[in-house]
Design a protein around this ligand. Structure first.
Ligand code: HEC
Length: 125
């Protein structure tokens, strides 16, 4: 169990290291002025939406309902304001009233995929 956990965190660290490397490379090549953060916080790709969808099914569905419909008195995620990416990160990381905090449970990368899913209204935008 301990060995397994260590292996898992090492591979997570590796993924993080690689993704931050990729991000810095991408930034280095990007000389266009950055879009206003509120408009387009992260690039929402179909792959990211699908990863977010499966994370959502595993972690969020039991309270927020299948495909964000018919949740258990939880916030209707189909109405989450699309220009409030920071609020999304903050609420999901730290929790909000009856919602548990997800800090340490989901990685930054997984958080980005969840935003792709929620922020595209499940790929419908
Ligand atoms: C145990 C049930 C539960 C689970 C699991 C859960 N949520 Fe929630 N969530 C809630 C409740 C209840 C609220 C409403 C909080 C409040 O009172 O404002 C909420 C609110 C939210 C909000 C709105 C916060 C705001 O700023 O108003 C977001 C975004 C959200 N959840 C995302 C997620 C995501 C993403 C997941 C999966 C990683 C998830 N939730 C899993 C219960 C849950």
């Amino acid at each position: 169990m301990t060995i397994h956990r260590t292996a898992l965190s090492v591979s997570r660290l590796f993924v993080l290291a690689v993704s931050s490397l990729l991000i810095s490379v991408a930034h280095a090549e990007d000389d266009a002025p950055a879009a206003p953060a509120a408009d387009k916080p992260v690039s929402i790709t179909p792959e990211s939406i699908e990863k977010g969808r499966s994370l959502y099914r595993r972690l969020c569905l039991r309270c927020h309902g299948p495909e964000m419909v018919g949740g258990n008195n939880a916030f209707d995620l189909r109405t989450f304001p699309l220009d409030q990416h920071d609020r999304f990160i903050n609420s999901v990381t730290n929790g909000k009233r009856a919602m548990p905090p997800w800090k340490g449970i989901i990685s930054d990368e997984e958080m980005a995929h969840l935003w792709s899913y929620v922020g595209s209204r499940g790929g419908k935008l």
